[in-house]
Design a protein around this ligand. Sequence first.
Ligand code: CA2
Length: 154
Amino acid sequence: MSPPLVVVLNGPNLNLLGMREPDKYGTATLDDVEALCAEIAEGLGLAIDFRQTNGEGELITWVQECRGRAAGIVINPAGYTTTSIGLMDALLAVDLPVIEVHITNIHRREEFRQHSFVSKAATGVIAGLGVQGYALALEAMAGLIGAEDPDDEA
Ligand code: CA2
């Protein structure tokens, strides 16, 4: 049987990770985050599809396309966290486990970063643990979808 697919979505400006503001977001690039996710996913018996877009419509389309294809969604919605009712509606409609990830602790930052529409559609939220939050999200997702550890004896 093929491994369950988890779609890992990244919103606007996350393509700049590791290239700007390392004091806030760290030095890992988005390619590094993808490599981390791929390594963790393999150990958990998950397949991943890792993507980034700057477009709100594209992000919403990708969420819609998860229906019937993916077992769960890990998403760092970045700047659309606090603005996009369309993204929230898509995540609610897709009816899959959703884990929202933020590299920084949005609750310690400016007030405008603290209200997340995406959280209304999320099963769980991880914030403030750096890019390790993506690895933790995949571990939690494996538990939510009942993925089988490939190292476990059948
Ligand atoms: O902490 C997070 O992961 C955020 O989702 C990152 C967003 C920010 O708008 C959220 O409030 C919190 C920003 C993503 C932009 O990423 C950059 C990375 C490096 C340099 C510049 C932007």
